[in-house]
Design a protein. Structure first.
Length: 320
């Protein structure tokens, strides 16, 4: 049976508001028609919920100043590579060691990488975001035309709420609509969230088993290469390497080509492996790193090299 937002106990949870919601926006009819066509959710249900959605100027301000865009590695690492986060991560790995072992076995993704993602995203589930996703995504979908992807995410949020039997008005997350332990946006939730414990639900907000398996599944689906390295610190010499620095996220060279261009590895790696060369501004100046394919996979979760490096270094700290 298709879950209806406007039946049963959810009807009692509808809150009356006096302001004009997004159901009065000039593009509402277009939006509602797309939701009905793509997800078979009646326009009347979409209208009921968007009538409650509030514009949030704080969201519009936050979306224009992400930390990855204004900080160098020397400052960015201080946010995530703290003693407190590392200690909490080790406790998380110990508390959920059986679940993490199961996920690693099933998906081939190291438990430390899974734990580090959750640690970077939400401090192991304790900071999942206080924004009502209905408000934040409506604001971004209708009032931030620079990023049309939020239009897609708002549609997916309604589909997610229906699929999982969740009240759309109670879903909390980040200012950009990311939710749960691993901060999945709605399209990622629909595509990659899994029922880790077999209870018939995909609960990434309150169930760490589902969250752990879902993060692992995300990496598996994005091409994680089991047993291969992520990155390593390297040194450079000469002039030939310079044209190869920071050319993109996806490896567009090989380990062998980079070493031939003047890159010296700290740990041996197969010459035929795809890789790229990164330069980050560290605390002691320029740092050069070899990014292998699994580093690229981490940037599929968040497109920032700084983010991926924070995840990697936190994962390393969790193993020590």
């Amino acid at each position: 049976m298709r879950f209806s937002f406007l039946t049963g106990t959810l009807l009692a949870s509808v809150i009356s508001v006096s302001h004009a919601g997004y159901d009065t926006h000039p593009r509402f009819a277009e939006f509602a028609a797309e939701v009905e066509k793509e997800y078979q959710i009646p326009a009347a249900e979409v209208k009921k919920w968007l009538s409650q959605a509030e514009r949030m100027d704080s969201v519009l301000e936050a979306i224009q100043r992400p930390a990855e865009g204004v900080l160098n590695w020397d400052r960015y690492q201080d946010i995530f590579l703290t003693r407190k986060r590392i200690e909490a991560g080790r406790n998380f790995l110990e508390t959920h060691k059986d679940t993490l072992a199961d996920a690693e076995q099933k998906y081939g993704v190291p438990k430390e990488i899974i734990g580090a993602i959750i640690g970077v995203e939400t401090f192991y589930g304790t900071r999942q975001g206080g924004y009502r996703v209905l408000d934040s995504l409506s604001t971004l979908a209708f009032d931030y035309p620079k990023r049309p992807l939020f239009w897609r995410e708002l549609k997916a949020m309604f589909a997610l709420a229906e699929a999982e039997g969740v009240d759309p008005g109670t879903i909390k997350g980040s200012y950009a609509g990311a939710m749960g332990y691993g901060q999945f946006i709605p399209t990622s939730y629909l595509a990659y969230a899994v029922d880790g414990d077999g209870d018939g639900k995909r609960d990434l907000w309150g169930n760490p088993v589902d969250a752990i398996h879902s993060v692992a599944n995300y990496f598996s689906e994005h091409g994680w290469r089991t047993g291969e390295p992520v990155t390593q610190r390297v040194t450079v010499a000469g002039d030939n390497y310079q044209a190869l620095v920071n050319t993109g996220r996806k490896p567009d060279s090989t380990v062998g080509a980079l070493t031939s261009a003047g890159v010296t590895l700290s740990v041996p790696s197969a010459a035929e492996r795809p890789a790229n060369l990164m330069m980050l501004e560290g605390k002691q100046g320029e740092e050069y790193w070899l990014g292998e394919y699994n580093f690229y996979v981490i940037t599929q979760y968040n497109h920032s090299k700084l983010y991926a490096m924070a995840v990697y270094q936190l994962s390393e700290a969790l193993t020590q």
